[in-house]
Design a protein around this ligand. Structure first.
Ligand code: CTP
Ligand code: CA
Length: 224
């Protein structure tokens, strides 16, 4: 359906996408994580593949599946594993879209054995994970780099801050204020903010449609 003119705009292009949460181990049976379903990232992968792109989808723990000859799914667990996978592929891609809900912190020490309950309170010390998106922004060359921003307040200001500090070409602001948007559901309400600070607000839509809108925005900005 995207090939009515007999040409796919992203044919021959390589696209890296991250999806889902990351799980940060506390001990062999427990982790720190979040409720990201991975749906948005998997939809972006399908939308890109349907435009002819060769997609590498790096996904944290997620029940989402996809079968498409243009999509290679790499399953990872932790932020560090996602970081390593992204850095393996980034050099050769044309577009990178980081939609994963990466854990910002991980337990500083991981116990070798299951931790037994003892006292009435228990404290876990956390340390920051690496910011994958920021690390790619710092080394990007030809790559068109897209990030997401999940905000509940001062949304535009915070999203623009991330666009600049992570050296992005485009950021997708995900408004958790709006009913029906965000984690778990099948709809999202997004605003695109470009490097030249153009803002394009979209209605509440299915994640499938949001993914298609995002790919069209990227095509526009890259003149593909
Ligand atoms: N991101 C990442 N690696 C991290 C944290 C975030 O690649 N360790 C990426 C996300 O995939 C997303 C973007 O950075 O594309 C913004 O994530 P978000 O959680 O909204 O922002 P943070 O920079 O983590 O800041 P905060 O959570 O404090 O708002
Ligand atoms: Ca974060």
């Amino acid at each position: 359906e995207n090939d009515v003119l007999g040409k796919l705009p992203l044919r021959g292009k390589k696209v890296l996408i991250t999806a889902g949460p990351t799980y940060e181990a506390i001990d062999p049976v427990r982790f720190v994580g979040n409720h990201s379903s991975g749906k948005m990232g998997f939809e972006i992968a399908k939308a890109a593949a349907n435009l002819g792109a060769e997609v590498t989808l790096v996904s944290g723990p997620s029940h989402q599946t996809v079968t498409h000859s243009f999509i290679n799914v790499i399953r990872v667990t932790s932020a560090q594993e996602m970081y390593d996978a992204c850095h393996n592929y980034f050099e050769n891609v044309d577009i990178a879209i980081l939609s994963a809900a990466v854990a910002d912190y991980r337990p500083k020490n991981v116990a070798d054995q299951k931790i037994k309950k003892k006292e009435s309170t228990f404290t876990i010390e956390l340390e920051k994970t690496k910011d994958i998106l920021k690390s790619l922004g710092a080394i990007k060359k030809q790559q068109f780099l897209v990030g997401f921003a999940l905000e509940t307040n001062n949304e535009l200001e915070f999203a623009k801050g991330k666009l600049v500090s992570k050296n992005l070409d485009l950021i997708v602001l995900n408004s958790l204020n709006d009913k029906g948007a965000g984690f778990g559901g099948s709809t999202n309400k997004v605003t695109f903010i470009t490097a030249s600070h153009d803002t394009i607000a979209h209605e509440l839509k299915s994640k499938t449609e949001v993914a298609q809108d995002l790919m069209q925005q990227i095509l526009k900005q890259t003149h593909a």
